[in-house]
Design a protein. Structure first.
Length: 371
């Protein structure tokens, strides 16, 4: 039986070599993988693999999945990940809604809840709502490894501090990660909602593309960028402020303080009921991004977009096709992101899980370099 103390479970999972092994166990699924295969694929010695897997088995994270015939000698024992040995909680703090999920180690959502949220009600009220949702999903005796929080930007993901959130400048400088970690006594990671979504989608959700953009149109407009297979956040978590590219000089005012931002124009078209225009405006912004970064795929999501997904896919796709015709003729594919309405919150849970499997995730706790 695995231990229920989250600190002990986290200690068993941390470390670069353990992450390599865990990632391969997860990828192998129920069929499992042998210690010899783990050694071959990680480059670790068989002794190191045996030490790591023994520790993982003792803590309940790995188990035997049968035996496999060997070309010589006795059959090899095959190991598999035990998905329910640990859990992660993901929170999506939108401007008007709080969504929370609990996932197992394989990233499968096993429990979820949604409630109204007033992001302008102040830090104390929002932190209490977020903590209460996390505690309800945590339950009693579950090995919860941490909480990932996806929030509106801009923010500093390394320190978990919010900046002047568009429309809510009063959040500037608030240490959201520290406040929630103290309240929950759990490790907490904080990132922009679009970055969390991009993390959850990479690499499997991008149709094989190493570089893609996730465009999120909900109560605001932003982007998550995956470049070369990894989430690109920039020097100050400022990458992906897609909605605040100016496409109309002296255009309508935007909540960021600028004028003519694609977000303001898009949301104005949505409010006017002109979804086709909103889609083309989104396509103009997407075309700028494609030209700038030469990305291989555009994925779309967010509540506002999902309410008329076909219109947005067609509109964005048409603008990108027109732009490609003026260039090298190669059209970038456009699709609704896998996960639909759950893309962001499931990505938030990956802020906790991804580092455990050797993927960049912006976790709030240090990762040791030893095995």
């Amino acid at each position: 039986m695995h231990r229920s103390h989250p600190g002990a479970n986290l200690a068993a999972l941390r470390g670069h070599n353990a992450a390599l092994v865990l990632g391969l166990l997860r990828d192998a699924g129920d069929g499992g993988v042998s210690r010899l295969e783990l050694a071959e694929r990680t480059g670790l010695t068989p002794q190191a693999v045996s030490k790591i897997t023994a520790r993982l088995r003792a803590d309940g994270f790995a188990a035997e999945a049968g035996r496999r015939a060997s070309t010589g000698g006795k059959p090899r024992t095959v190991l598999r990940l035990v998905p329910d040995a640990g859990h992660a909680i993901g929170l999506h703090l939108d401007r008007d809604e709080l969504t929370a999920v609990r996932t197992d180690l394989a990233g499968r959502t096993v429990e979820s809840r949604t409630a109204p949220l007033d992001f302008g009600a102040g830090a104390a009220a929002v932190v209490e709502a977020a903590a209460s949702a996390a505690e309800a999903l945590r339950g009693e005796g579950r090995a919860v490894l941490g909480v990932g929080v996806a929030a509106p930007g801009p923010l500093d993901h390394r320190n978990g501090v919010l900046r002047r959130v568009t429309g809510y400048p009063q959040w500037d400088g608030f240490p959201l990660r520290a406040a929630l970690a103290e309240r929950l006594a759990l490790p907490v990671a904080v990132d922009k909602d679009t970055n969390a979504a991009a993390l959850g989608l990479a690499p499997g959700g991008a149709g094989g593309a190493d570089s893609f953009a996730y465009l999120h149109l909900g109560t605001g407009l932003g982007a998550g960028l995956v470049l070369g297979g990894g989430v690109y956040r920039g020097e100050r978590t400022g990458a992906g402020e897609f909605g605040h590219q100016v496409v109309q000089l002296d255009g309508p005012p935007c909540g960021c303080g600028g004028r003519g931002c694609v977000e303001a124009l898009c949301l104005a078209a949505v409010a006017a009921g002109d979804t086709a225009r909103a889609a083309r405006l989104l396509g103009v912004g997407a075309a700028n991004l494609v030209r700038l970064l030469d990305i291989g795929r555009v994925l779309l999501g967010g509540r506002t977009l999902l309410a008329a997904a076909d219109t947005y896919v067609r509109g964005v796709g048409a603008v990108l096709a027109e732009d490609a015709a003026r260039g090298d003729g190669r059209t970038v594919p456009v699709a609704v992101a896998p996960g639909g309405a759950w893309t962001v919150v499931e990505g938030a849970a990956q802020l906790v899980l991804a580092p455990l499997f050797g993927r960049s995730g912006g976790a709030a706790f240090p990762v040791r370099s030893d095995g």
